[in-house]
Design a protein around this ligand. Structure first.
Ligand code: ASP
Ligand code: MG
Length: 467
């Protein structure tokens, strides 16, 4: 089989973890052709982002302090991980080049006094540049051939939307498949840095936070992989967050569309575009725990088997949101009201998570992140209050509860079961949405009612007995 294995930061942050990964890959490579995709080690991307913030605040010493924290952490990791002295020595020299460049970059940015989106992407891609060198060296340490590559070196070409770039798939496919074929023919295991590629001018771009998942599926699609495994520190997708529901169960199989919903709402954060490259080629994906290889994890496929087509697959929650009731006299029967509201919010770069309008058209309710609330109310007031809007009613600290499962489609009685369970627990529901796909039923409760609501739904649908 052709396999793409993606390891998250927590799976490659200690010497022992990296050695385990190398061993696992070496064993798998006896039977399969493997491409490895790695994130940056834990907290490295956060540190790089903090460096950019320090530069913006003209705090050069803080930026350098963070850079040396990253440097020391990785040097130590390299020394602890790699046993053979010649391999370790070569690795440390290569890492030194990266660290020197990082400091030079900080110098340059401090001098300019600004961090543009382009330089930001270059800066925050350093985490993966470093991590892949250590992982590839660990594979070499086991006498297997392996080389580290950045997304750019592998041939991932993107548009120039820094920090949220998208791959130009046709060009990418040609380059990536050719490069990987060559490496496979020489029995070399490529270890590719996730999260980034380069635009057509060769400037480094990133896919946004968590983007290494997306890198893995882009590469998987390019080489027509048989399977893609996302290896992290969770066993797979669960029926609920185990921190909330003690008897939450691991889901054995879900469909792509369910997984997309779960990625947005679930406890396991997956980059929202991850599944896109898989849809056309129908490549199965497994979400697995790198620490427990005996657990099969969750299989994500285009057509899950009949035995796992449950009505509801999971219940998840997103806390700390704000709800705005936009109420207005002249909104009724006036075409374009919704367009004005959402254009105003879009211009302020506010992401709207839930929308509902009652048929009387006297109000539109939206849910956004608490952190965006201030800005949203402000722009709506400036642009529309007193014109088409009469009043804005704001509720802070609300939680979205979402039930996900394609089996809800056309099944009678789901909503009544949900709200009967909620009512029994005396929880107040302030908003409800269900798209016509019936894949996701979501409602809003107070933050403090989150756990109660999630447990009530989990019990009502007996999700502990799933699979
Ligand atoms: N290192 C990047 C991040 O922390 C990408 C990833 O981990 O997938 O967002
Ligand atoms: Mg990550």
């Amino acid at each position: 089989m052709k396999l793409v294995l993606k390891y998250g930061g927590t799976s490659i942050s200690s010497a022992k973890d990296i050695q385990e990964v190398a061993k696992h890959v070496a064993t798998l490579s006896k039977k399969h052709e493997i491409v490895l995709v790695c994130s940056a080690t834990s907290s490295t991307t956060d540190d790089l982002i903090e460096i950019s913030e320090s530069i913006k605040k003209e705090n050069k010493s803080k930026a350098e302090q963070l850079a040396s924290k990253i440097t020391n952490r990785h040097k130590q990791l390299a020394k602890q991980t790699i046993k053979k002295t010649d391999i370790q020595k070569k690795l440390l020299l290569k890492l030194d080049d990266d660290f020197t460049e990082l400091l030079a970059l900080i110098d340059g940015l401090v001098l300019l006094g600004e961090v543009t989106p382009r330089s930001m992407d270059y800066l925050i891609s350093f985490g993966e540049r470093i991590s892949v060198k250590i992982v590839a060296a660990a594979i070499n340490d086991l006498t297997k051939k392996s080389i580290p590559l950045t997304g750019k070196e592998l041939g991932i070409v993107t548009d120039s939307n820094f920090s949220k770039s998208q791959p130009l798939m046709d060009t990418t496919r040609l380059r990536v498949s050719k490069n990987i074929d060559t490496l496979f023919s020489k029995k070399i295991i490529p270890v590719v840095g996730g999260f980034s590629g380069a635009d057509q001018y060769g400037h480094t771009t990133t896919f946004g936070r968590g983007g290494s998942d997306y890198s893995a599926t882009i590469i998987g699609s390019c080489i027509k992989a048989d399977e893609i495994w996302l290896m992290s520190d969770v066993d797979g997708l669960m029926t609920a967050d185990p921190k909330i529901v003690k008897n939450a169960k691991l889901l054995k199989e879900v469909s792509y569309i369910e997984a997309i919903e779960m990625a947005l709402f679930g406890a396991k954060q997956i980059h929202p575009r991850t599944f896109e490259p898989l849809l056309a080629k129908k490549i199965p994906m497994k979400i697995r725990n790198s620490a427990t290889p005996s657990i099969e994890g969750t299989l994500v496929t285009s057509s899950p088997s009949d035995s796992v087509k449950n009505t509801v697959k999971c219940v998840s929650s997103i806390r700390n949101n704000g709800l705005i009731d936009i109420i207005g006299g002249s909104m009724i029967g006036t075409p374009g009201t919704a367009a004005k509201i959402f254009t105003t919010l879009a211009k302020a770069e506010i992401n709207v998570m839930m929308i509902s309008q009652n048929p009387s058209e006297s109000s539109i309710t939206i849910v956004i992140k608490n952190t965006d609330l201030h800005k949203a109310v402000n722009v709506l007031e400036i642009e529309l209050l007193g014109k088409m809007i009469k009043e804005l009613q704001v509720t802070t600290d609300v939680s979205i509860i979402a039930l996900i499962g394609s089996g809800m489609r056309g099944t009678i009685g789901v909503a009544s079961k949900v709200f009967a369970a909620i009512e029994k627990n005396k929880v107040n529901v302030s908003m409800i949405t269900q798209g016509s796909s019936e894949l996701n039923l979501a409602f809003v409760v107070k933050n403090s009612d989150t756990d109660l609501a999630v447990r009530a739904i989990h019990d009502a649908f007996e999700l502990d007995k799933i699979n």
